[in-house]
Structure formats: C-alpha cells, structure tokens
Design a protein around this ligand. Structure first.
Ligand code: NAD
Length: 257
C-alpha cells in the first residue's frame, strides 16, 4: 500500500516545476491525481507521463486559477473522474520583482490575483467536495518569501505572507466546524524549477548565478523539487492527521538567520 493510496488529489500549476513533481510523487504512492494549469498542454503531458507508469491514475485540464468559473468546471471534472476530491494542492503561482518605488499596479494586482485570490476562490469552491470526503487535506504552497522580505519583491513577499495567514484561517474554520479537513502551508527556499531562472540570471546566469543564489542558504545548495515533494506527500497522507494550521519550512536554514 502506498502512503496516499486511494487519495484523490487536485493539483494546480502541474505543467512543470513543483506541481508536476508533487503529482508524480503522489501517484507513485498510490493517489489519483487531477492536474491543472493555465498551460493545458503541459498539464496533459504531466498526466500522460504518470499514466505511462500508473495507468488510469492521472487526468489533466487547462485551468486559469484566477477564474471562478474555470475552478467550478475543473473541480466538477476532477470529482467525476476520481470519484471525489479529498486533497487540494494550491500550488500555481508566479514570482514578480519590484520595490515599493518600482512595482507597477499591474505587477501588484497580477501577483495577488494569481498567488492569493486564486487560493481563496479555489478553496471556497472545493469545500463541498472536501466536506464529503472521510478526511481531507489542503496544502497551500507559500514560500520563505512570505516569512523573510526582500526589498525588491514587495508584491511576492506580501502575497506569500497572505497565503501563510489564509491557511491558518481556513484551518481554524474547519477545525471549529468539526470538519475533518486539515490545512497547512509549505514554505520552500529557492528550488530548482523554471521560476528561479530570473534570479539566476540576476546573479550573472549559469553556474555563477546559481552559486550567488545559494550563498544565501546555510545548507549551501538549491532545494530540489523532491525535497519539497516529501513534505507535501506527508501533508497529503494520513500520517499528518493531527497537523493543521501549521507552516512547514523547506529552507536549508535560511529563515533561522
Ligand atoms: N521554485 C522555487 O524556488 C519556489 C520557492 C518558493 C515557493 N515557490 C512556489 O511554488 C509554486 C510552484 O512554483 P514552481 O517553482 O513550480 O514554478 P514554475 O514557474 O515552474 O511553475 C508554476 C506553474 O504555475 C502555472 N501558472 C501560472 N499562472 C497560472 C494561472 N493563472 N493559472 C494556472 N496555472 C498558472 C504555470 O503555468 C506553471 O506551470 C509557486 O506558488 C511558487 O511561488 C517556488
């Protein structure tokens, strides 16, 4: 039996990077996975690779997480395909640069819309499905950037801090309501996915750019997607059945400084 055998997971932003890794790891441990992304072809490719290994374990659809109607359609399709939804991984997100002096209204709004509003909308719409499940887990992908600030990331810092606190509010509501629905946040440091390419470029690109980025991390290497995936796997599984309203730092020690 896998660690998440029988679970029915809805994963956003699964075309690449962390979301694709979470989908693969959950399917490897026995879950069914419904993968969405604004890049529908990428989500379909992730699902196809999983189905090659675990036939019938994965589905995919194009889904813009900022759109309420697209959430409704995708959740309904996921529930029909998997026989319910008991695990929600709110992973889709973007990073933006800009300080209090340089960030534009557009950068600010787009970051809040994709990184924060989407989790409010999606989790609200997923609640009826999660309430029907014998036990459910919501995992929100925040960032260390929600805990420690950078002068040039005002929109992203603010968005990821909001995800951290929204997680606790959702968790407390569910617990006080007597729902068996847990909600936790995960806070990775720089992890080897396409989202950090601009950060590596800022440091001069290539190995040199990566070296500069890594200097900030006490563990002195980038996180790999699987390093974050093991935490998500734990939170999706019943092994974490008493854990709610908590934050998990996958940060190589960076927030301890
Ligand atoms: N990689 C890191 O260093 C790191 C660190 C901390 C937190 N995170 C967070 O992890 C999550 C995943 O990031 P990643 O590193 O895999 O980045 P990534 O850019 O590789 O993947 C993000 C995915 O989200 C999708 N997406 C973007 N906007 C969307 C929208 N409106 N609707 C649906 N999908 C959309 C993209 O198409 C992409 O497939 C993000 O929330 C990010 O903020 C990443």
């Amino acid at each position: 039996m896998g660690r998440v055998a029988g679970k029915k997971a809805f994963i956003t932003g699964g075309a690449q990077g962390l979301g694709a890794c979470f989908a693969r790891m959950l399917a490897d441990e026995g879950a069914k996975v419904y993968i969405t992304d604004i890049n529908g072809d990428g989500a379909a490719a992730t699902a196809a690779a999983i189905n090659d290994k675990h036939p019938g374990a994965a589905w995919a659809s194009g889904h813009d997480v900022t759109k309420r109607d697209e959430w409704k359609t995708a959740l309904e399709a996921a529930s029909d395909a998997m026989g319910g939804v008991d695990t929600l991984i709110n992973n889709a997100g973007i990073g933006t640069f800009g300080s209090i002096e340089t960030a534009t209204d557009e950068d600010w709004r787009r970051t809040q819309e994709i990184d924060v509003d989407s989790i409010f909308i999606g989790t609200q719409l997923a609640m009826p499905y999660l309430k029907k499940a014998p036990s459910a887990s919501i995992v929100n992908i925040s960032s260390v950037a929600g805990m420690i600030a950078d002068g040039n990331m005002i929109a992203y810092n603010t968005a990821k801090a909001a995800v951290w606190m929204m997680t606790k509010s959702i968790a407390l509501h569910c617990a006080r309501s007597g729902y068996d629905i847990r909600c936790n946040s995960v806070h990775p440091v720089f992890t080897r996915t396409p989202i950090i390419d601009p950060l590596i470029a800022l440091g001069g690109g290539g190995e040199e750019g990566e070296k500069r980025l890594v200097q900030q991390i006490p563990w002195q290497r980038l996180a790999e997607p699987e390093d974050v995936g093991y935490c998500v796997l734990y939170l999706a599984s019943d092994e974490s059945r008493y854990i709610t309203a908590s934050e998990f730092k996958i940060d190589g020690g960076i927030t301890a400084q």
